[in-house]
Each structure stands twice: as structure tokens, then as C-alpha cells.
Design a protein around this ligand. Structure first.
Ligand code: FDA
Length: 397
């Protein structure tokens, strides 16, 4: 059997977190081998943010993450902040802009972020092995890790697992990180697709699917969370930032409360409309508040005896306003990992050290990025977690 190749650090997964960790460790003089089965590094970076990569968020803070332990991310996020990553982007002369709500995107292309990271890796002497399948991982009695791959055996004193979550399997996402965690005695919390569009339940699909393409600002609420962002009707259900965000808080069977006209006094508008144009149909007032097609759809629930504003008493108008301000939707489900931006849940943070991301029970074993039970809100927070957790491990491997 050919002799195994020996380095200081093996990183599994050349995504955002793995590359960042490899760079940081390489800069410290550690010999790093970074292994991925994909033919190019950072494939999710390439497709992120509609091809422009929403690489961080100015307002990123531990409050913008979900985790079994909401305090776990604090240390890594403080040690390497969004300002640190912005400084790196600026040093590489990459132009960027704030789109909305603190979200920073490249002016040009997400590929600039990948080029920046690959240049940094080259400068730090990282050995990048692509198109390499990982067959097995083990640890011997001396605490040395061995990774068997399609390109031979590799040994190192530190093993960093950065293989991401399960979202978008056709881009190479696998559950390998969870399997390795379990192999070494770590608990994995329930994982589920998040930042994912909802689908209609069968009985609502015929009524709502014709609204595909309609979008509007809403407030979406579920299980104590609330987001003021846009909602988009699709052929299959509802999407848009408000729905993607709330999907991280939703469980099967839960109702989502949607305010379709936040900040508008719908009852007041209907009552004054009745005074000004009593013969007009209710849809004429609602159509000035909501997208016309949505207003028409909501008015199909009115009886023929409510054809004119004059036919509606104040109670009926308040009922219509109630439907607009507190529309209850129980989705049939979500589009699942096929389109989910991230995986909620992952390696239980109780088994990891906050500062280094190292296992508390197995020395030299680290988990970083999306594979860990730390999931960000939409808007650059997930990449910031990848950068911050990657640096945290890179400083300790
Ligand atoms: P990531 O998934 O990036 O990397 C894991 C790596 O491990 C991959 O290179 C994969 O090939 C490799 N791997 C997996 N299994 C393996 C195996 N068995 N053997 C070998 N290698 C294996 N976030 C954000 O902040 N801003 C944004 O704009 C977007 N946009 C966005 C769009 C879309 C369409 C998606 C799907 C996701 C986003 N995200 C995002 C989320 C973001 O992409 C995600 O949180 C990070 O990429 C996570 O980084 P990691 O390095 O942890 O995993």
C-alpha cells in the first residue's frame, strides 16, 4: 500500500468555510490540504446572490442566527467580523454595494470572491485537491487523522469538516459532515430545509396558483418571528424574502400570519371609499392598496349581495380588513432541499468549543460553516458565519 501523505491540517470541503479556514491556517505556517469532490471550489459562492454573492451583512450579529444555543456563535462572529471580511474584499479591489437591509453584493460577479479566496489560498501555500472523493475518515491511537480518498491516503494532526449542509444536492451537497460527526460520537440535531419557498396545500393550489408572479411587501409572522419584506406568489406556492425568512421558523402544520398591507388602514380606506363612491365595487379600493390580481382574488370570497361598497356595513369592512391584515396560510410543505438556501440544524454546538470550533471530546477534530447547528437569516449572514467559523478554526488547528 503506498505511504500516506502527511500534513498538519486536512480540511474537507472547499466551500466558503473550508477555504477561509485553510487560508487562516496556511498563513500561520500550517501545511494544509483542502479536499473536495467538486471540480471547482466555492460552487455555492458562484451561484449565490443571483450570481453577485451577498457576501456579508453590515448588521450581522448573533441575533440574526438560529441555533440550539443562541450564544454559541458570539465568539467566532466577534473574533472575525463583517468589517474584517469587507476589509479583505476591499484589499482585493472588489467593488460592492449595499442592496437593502445591510446586504452587501459584488458589483460585478460572485466569481470575484472565489478568485480572491483562491489567490489567498495560493499565497498561504494551501494544497487544493479537487475532484477527489472521500472514502473514509479515521483517527489512530496517537490522535492522527487519516482520510482515504480516490487520490490516496492523507494523514494530519487536525481534521476540519467543512462539507456544508444538504441543500441543493445536485450541486454536490451531501450529508458527509453529519456522518463524520456521528462516527466520532457527536450529536446531530434535527436537520431540515430552510430559507426555502413554501408550496400550496392541494385544496388552495387551484385558487392561488394563477397569482404567480405577483409580489408585494408584507409582514410575515410565525412562532414568534416576524419579517417585513417582499412576498412573491409562484406557480407552486409563495416565496420572496419574507417567506424564505419565515420558513426557518415554520414547522409542518403551522399557520403563517401574513399582513398583506402593513401600515395601511384598510378598514378606514374602505369606509371612506364607501362615502366617496358608494356604487364602486370593493375591489376598486382594495386594488389601490394591493396588486390588482390579488385584490380580485380576495374579493371572490365576497357574496353577490356585497357587490358595491354601499352594500357593506362597517362590520363587513372590518372583516375584509382582517383578511388583508391577518391572512392565515397553512402551507402544504416546502420545496425541500432541492431549492433551500441552507440547512437548519446540524452538529450540536454543545459538543464544540465556541472559540475554536474544536470538538470538546475528540482533540484535533473541528466542524465549521453550515454543517454546524448555526443558521443565519437571509441576507449575507450565512456567508459571514462561514467566514467567521472558518477563521476561528484556522487560528486553532
Ligand atoms: P458549502 O456548501 O459552501 O461547501 C461545502 C463543500 O463541501 C462543497 O464545496 C462541497 O462540494 C463539499 N462536499 C460536500 N460533501 C462532500 C463529500 N461527500 N466529499 C467531498 N466534498 C464534499 N448565503 C449568503 O450569506 N448569501 C447569499 O447570497 C447566499 N446565496 C445562496 C444562494 C443559493 C442558491 C444557495 C444554495 C445558498 C446561498 N447562500 C447564501 C448560503 C451559502 O451558500 C451557504 O451558507 C454557505 O455556502 C455555507 O458554506 P460552507 O462552506 O459551510 O458549505
Amino acid at each position: 500500500m503506498p505511504q500516506a501523505d502527511m500534513t498538519d491540517v486536512i480540511v474537507l470541503g472547499a466551500g466558503a468555510a473550508g477555504m477561509m479556514c485553510a487560508i487562516e491556517a496556511g498563513k500561520r505556517g500550517r501545511r494544509v490540504t483542502l479536499i473536495d469532490h467538486a471540480s471547482a471550489p466555492g460552487e455555492k459562492i458562484r451561484i449565490s446572490g443571483g450570481g453577485r454573492c451577498n457576501f456579508t451583512n453590515i448588521h450581522c450579529s448573533p441575533k440574526t442566527f438560529l441555533s440550539g444555543n443562541p450564544h454559541f456563535a458570539i465568539s467566532a462572529l466577534k473574533a472575525y467580523t463583517q468589517r474584517d471580511f469587507i476589509a479583505l474584499v476591499e484589499r482585493h479591489g472588489i467593488a460592492f454595494h449595499e442592496k437593502a437591509l445591510g446586504q452587501l453584493f459584488c458589483d460585478g460577479s460572485a466569481r470575484e470572491i472565489i478568485s480572491m479566496l483562491t489567490r489567498e489560498m495560493a499565497d498561504a501555500g494551501v494544497r487544493l485537491m479537487l475532484s477527489t472523493s472521500i472514502h473514509s475518515t479515521s483517527r489512530d491511537d496517537a490522535g492522527i487523522y487519516e482520510v482515504e480518498t480516490s487520490d490516496g491516503r492523507h494523514r494530519a494532526a487536525s481534521l476540519v469538516v467543512a462539507t456544508g449542509g444538504k441543500s441543493i444536492p445536485k450541486m454536490g451537497a451531501t450529508g458527509l459532515g453529519y456522518d463524520i460527526a456521528r462516527q466520532f460520537g457527536h450529536r446531530v440535531t434535527e436537520v431540515r430545509p430552510a430559507l426555502v419557498p413554501f408550496t400550496w396545500p392541494d385544496h388552495l393550489a387551484p385558487k392561488w396558483k394563477d397569482l404567480s408572479g405577483v409580489s408585494l411587501p408584507v409582514t410575515a409572522r410565525c412562532n414568534g418571528a416576524s419579517f417585513d419584506e417582499a412576498m412573491l406568489f409562484t406557480h407552486r406556492g409563495v416565496s420572496g424574502p419574507a417567506m424564505l425568512q419565515i420558513s426557518s421558523y415554520w414547522r409542518e402544520g403551522d399557520s403563517i400570519e401574513i399582513d398583506l398591507a402593513p401600515g395601511v388602514d384598510v378598514a378606514g380606506e374602505l369606509i371612506s371609499g364607501r362615502g366617496e363612491r358608494p356604487k364602486a365595487a370593493p375591489v376598486s379600493v382594495l386594488g389601490e392598496i394591493l396588486p390588482r390580481r390579488l385584490a380580485q382574488q380576495l374579493c371572490t370570497d365576497l357574496s353577490p349581495a356585497q357587490a358595491r361598497l354601499a352594500d357593506l356595513g362597517n362590520a363587513a369592512m372590518k372583516a375584509i380588513a382582517g383578511t388583508v391584515h391577518a391572512h392565515h396560510l397553512v402551507p402544504g410543505g416546502t420545496e425541500g432541499y432541492r431549492t433551500a438556501e441552507v440547512t437548519l440544524g446540524g452538529i450540536d454546538t454543545a459538543g464544540l468549543r465556541q472559540k475554536s470550533m474544536e470538538s470538546t471530546s475528540v482533540a484535533g477534530l473541528f466542524f465549521i460553516g453550515e454543517v454546524v447547528d448555526v443558521t443565519g437569516h437571509l441576507g449575507g449572514h450565512n456567508f459571514q458565519w462561514a467566514w467567521s467559523s472558518g477563521v476561528a478554526a484556522g487560528r486553532h488547528v
